[in-house]
Structures are given as structure tokens and as C-alpha cells.
Design a protein around this ligand. Structure first.
Ligand code: BG6
Length: 490
């Protein structure tokens, strides 16, 4: 047994990290448009105007802008997403290269502000709708199935200010109208959709800084999640009414936690960490109701949620059709004091002595992927997709003018083998889209030098470069992998 015949091999991206053209053809401002560049030592900042003065604060997920602040672009700052890799004007060339690798599947997201520039406009922006139609048609030309994330970390700035980052149920209607517009518009061109990217990060990151989240932070995060769950469920229902063939997935940031020691306190902490970070969102979106442990999580932080009977009904009727997740790394939790700490993708914990870490501190752990797949498939029993996986690394152009990224090939090979083992153990895995199949702007740091792609893009951390595309060694390797349906991994 190995990869199923119609396995969806491909790659993944997000609008704000590739498109650029941030103010072109009627697009409004998204929260990512006021985010500066950062690096490992300096966080990305959000820029805004308050009391007529330009100011900035570190961009922390869910924290939003201070009261009364209006997001603004500071002409003295550099915003990497404004141009990104200019996919907006290079999409034909890029999709052609994906087709050359044999992609069956291309995950991309739609920028909400291209469709509804403010998020709550009366009519959609025709030029925005036309752009994605052209992109999907280009994919179809090569037999590539688009997998579309409706919201990938980029709410319209106007809505974020008006509703204080999902603190008002008005957001639900805006989202459902946006999603329904897409379902109607792209019927026949798109089959697979994801409602919210890494929805669980709203609570996950609160522990990142040593569990310092205040009760107010938790109230904000759980309320935001509830409104997003309802928005997702109502959209799933709408999608199925518009086209019963639509397949809609959730999308979870899949971090595998391990206990550091066999101390029962560590085991319990680990279990509770899975409940809060991973199962909480998965259960609501796949089972259609809150799990029993939700009450304990809310009580721990005096959380009181606005949940109506209609919401509960919608959650039940709007369960997702497939479970999708990103997987990069595992994490170690403990109740004990540790000297060796690391932080990675929305998590922080003890260093695992059995694993190697990337330059950005992310642990390479393919067994964790197998573990995650088997655990989740048993829990939900619906088809699964790994929609992000990859190694962010610095690439050097060699003397022969090429990029020999064997480290990336090694990373991906190990994870593909792990997926194969999970399939052999019975997991219904239907697709795999590696993250950043073409180099793009890092979401975490805003860097271009943290590269994930099979395709190199000539652009640096300061916005210099020709934007020229070039295949890396991994490009030819992945082509072979797809051609052989995962058999030839050498
Ligand atoms: C995931 C996000 O968390 O990780 C992507 O869905 C992101 O948007 C990816 O780019 C990798 O993270 P980073 O910080 O290396 O870009």
C-alpha cells in the first residue's frame, strides 16, 4: 500500500504573502498591509495613527490596535507584503512552473479586501473577482485543482477596527456574505475550500509566553473563536446548498506536544495542552458541538461567552467535510523548570534532545506527523489533508548559479515517508501541499530570507531584487515524487 491513485500532490501559499499589488484594482487595506518587516530579534510591528501621531506596536495575533487607533502606512517603514513576490502580475508564469512539477493541487487564499475592500461594502469589487477567476482558469488549464483558503490571517483593516478583531457578532454576517459570494462566483472552478487558516492559533499563542495570557485575553480569544466557528459553520451550510460537490475543510495549526518527563503532572499538562490547543477547535468544527472539557477551559479564565441556541444549531449543521492542518514541528511541555527552551510556530517549550532544530528554532520531527495523522483520523473519521509542511531555510546561490537545497529535500522526504506510514495504518489522507512552494514573505518574521520554495524568487529582506524565478534542486526532486506518486523519493 502507498499513496492512493488520485492523491492531491501540490503546494500552498497565502494571498498576503505572495500577491503584492496591495492597493491595485480597488483592493482595500488588510491588517497585513500595516505590518512592517521583522526578524528573529525584532518582531513585526503594526503601524497606526493615534492622536494625529504615527505610532507602532508589536504585532501579536489577536491583540489588534489600541482603542481609537486607525491603521496607517508610515512612508518611513518597509512593508514586505506590499510587493511580496508580485504573484498578482506573475501568476501565469508561476502556475506554469507548478504545472511543470506536476502539481495536482494548488492551495492559495483569497484576499477578502480584493472582493470587499472594507469587508462590509454593499457590492463586491468586480476587478477582484475577475483576478481570482483568471487564476483559477489558469489552474484548470493545467488540470490543477485549486484549494482555496477563504481567510488566511488577513481580515479587512476596516472590520478589524470596527469590530475589535472579531469581538462582535456583526463579523459573522460579513464573513458569511463574503464566503457565499465566492461559492456562487467560482462554482465549477473550485471544489475544495478551507474556512479559516490555523483557527486554533487564537488561543494557542496565549501560552507561548509562559502562560501569561490574562483572563481578558482568554475572553477575547474564546469569543473570537466562537464567532469564527459560527461563521465557518454557516458558510459550510451555504456552500453545500450552492453546490453539493463542494468539499469544505477546517484548518488547524498542528503542533504535536510531548511531555518532557513521565511525571504524571507532565502527562496531565500535556493532555490538557492537546485539549486546549488542538482538540477544542477540531471538535467544534468536526463534531459540531463543544467538547465537555470546554467548560473547564472557560472556567480557568472566567470566560463567559455569547452563544445562542441558533449558534448551537448552526454548529451542528455546519460540520466540515475534511480535516486539514499545517505541520512543521513538535513541542515539549513540562511542569518542571528547564534551562533549554525554544520557541517556534505559536508555541514555546523545552528543547527536545532527540530532535534537530532549524535556524529559526523549529524542531524537525516526521514521527510527530505520523502521530498527529493517526490520532486525528481516529478521533474524527473524515478525510484528511496536510495543507502546510516544509522547512524555512536560507538558500545560497552556488558558483554554478544553482540552488542545491538538499536540506529541504531531506526534510520533505522524511515527512512524505511519515505520511505513507500513516496511510498504511489506515488514515484516509487525500492530499499534501507543501508550504511556500514558491518563496514568499514569512508570516512570522516578514523576511524573504526564510525560504520554503521549490522555486527561488530574487528578492531580499529589504525589498531589493529582480523578482526573477528560478527552480531549485528540490523542484526537480518534487517533480519525480509526483510523477511516481510518492514512490521515488531519492
Ligand atoms: C503557518 C502559516 O503558521 O506557518 C503561514 O499558515 C506561515 O502563513 C507558515 O507562513 C510558516 O511560518 P513563517 O513564520 O515561517 O512564515
Amino acid at each position: 500500500m502507498s499513496f492512493p491513485k488520485n492523491f492531491l500532490w501540490g503546494g500552498a501559499t497565502a494571498a498576503n504573502q505572495i500577491e503584492g499589488a496591495y492597493d491595485v484594482d480597488g483592493k482595500g487595506l488588510s491588517v497585513t498591509d500595516i505590518m512592517t518587516a521583522g526578524n528573529l530579534d525584532h518582531p513585526r510591528m503594526l503601524t497606526y495613527k493615534l492622536d494625529d501621531k504615527m505610532q507602532k506596536i508589536p504585532s501579536v495575533p489577536g491583540a489588534g490596535l489600541p482603542k481609537g487607533a486607525v491603521g496607517a502606512i508610515d512612508p518611513n517603514e518597509y512593508y514586505p507584503n506590499h510587493v511580496a513576490i508580485d504573484f498578482y502580475h506573475h501568476y501565469k508564469e508561476d502556475i506554469k512552473m507548478f504545472a511543470e512539477m506536476g502539481f495536482k493541487n494548488f492551495r492559495l487564499s483569497i484576499a477578502w479586501t480584493r472582493i470587499f475592500p472594507n469587508g462590509d461594502d454593499k457590492e463586491p469589487n468586480q476587478k477582484g473577482l475577475d483576478f481570482y477567476r483568471r487564476v483559477f482558469e489558469e489552474c484548470k488549464k493545467y488540470g490543477i485543482e485549486p484549494l482555496v483558503t477563504i481567510s488566511h490571517y488577513e481580515d479587512p483593516l476596516h472590520l478589524s477596527e470596527k469590530y475589535n478583531d472579531w469581538q462582535d457578532r456583526g463579523m459573522i454576517d460579513c464573513y458569511v456574505r463574503y464566503a457565499t459570494t465566492l461559492f456562487k462566483e467560482y462554482k465549477g472552478l473550485v471544489k475544495y475550500w478551507l474556512t479559516f487558516n490555523e483557527i486554533n492559533t487564537a488561543v494557542m499563542f496565549l501560552d507561548m509566553f509562559g502562560g501569561n495570557g490574562t483572563d481578558e485575553d482568554y475572553q477575547h480569544a474564546y469569543q473570537k473563536l466562537h464567532y469564527q466557528f459560527v461563521a465557518s459553520a454557516r458558510s459550510v451550510k451555504a456552500a453545500h446548498e450552492i453546490d453539493p460537490n463542494y468539499v469544505i475543510g477546517n484548518m488547524i495549526c498542528g503542533i504535536v506536544d510531548y511531555p518532557l518527563t513521565p511525571d504524571p503532572k507532565d502527562i496531565l499538562l500535556n493532555f490538557h495542552s492537546w485539549e486546549k490547543n488542538i482538540f477544542y477547535c477540531g471538535d467544534v468544527q468536526c463534531k459540531g458541538k463543544y467538547p465537555t472539557f470546554a467548560k473547564r477551559l472557560w472556567d480557568e479564565h472566567n470566560v463567559h461567552l455569547d452563544i445562542t441556541d441558533q449558534d448551537k444549531q448552526d454548529l451542528l449543521e455546519g460540520k466540515v467535510d475534511m480535516y486539514t492542518f499545517s505541520y512543521y514541528m513538535s513541542n515539549v511541555v513540562t511542569t518542571h523548570e528547564v534551562k533549554d527552551k525554544v520557541d517556534g510556530n505559536f508555541t514555546a517549550g523545552a528543547k527536545n534532545p532527540y530532535l534537530k532544530y532549524s535556524e529559526w528554532g523549529w524542531a524537525t520531527d516526521p514521527d510527530g506527523l505520523q502521530y498527529y495523522l493517526e490520532l486525528m483520523y481516529d478521533r474524527y473519521d473524515i478525510p484528511m489533508m496536510v495543507v502546510e509542511n516544509g522547512l524555512g531555510a536560507v538558500d545560497e546561490i552556488s558558483e554554478d548559479g544553482k540552488i542545491h537545497d538538499d536540506y529541504r529535500i531531506d526534510y520533505l522526504r522524511m515527512h512524505i515517508k511519515a505520511m505513507e506510514r500513516a496511510i498504511n495504518d489506515g488514515v484516509d489522507l487525500i492530499g499534501y501541499t507543501t508550504w511556500g512552494c514558491i518563496d514568499l514573505v514569512s508570516a512570522g518574521t516578514g523576511q524573504m530570507s526564510k525560504r520554503y520554495g521549490f522555486i527561488y524568487v530574487d528578492r531580499d529582506d529589504n525589498g531589493k531584487g529582480t523578482l526573477e524565478r528560478m527552480p531549485k534542486d528540490s523542484f526537480y526532486w518534487y517533480k519525480k515524487v509526483i510523477e511516481s506518486n510518492g514512490k521515488d523519493l531519492d
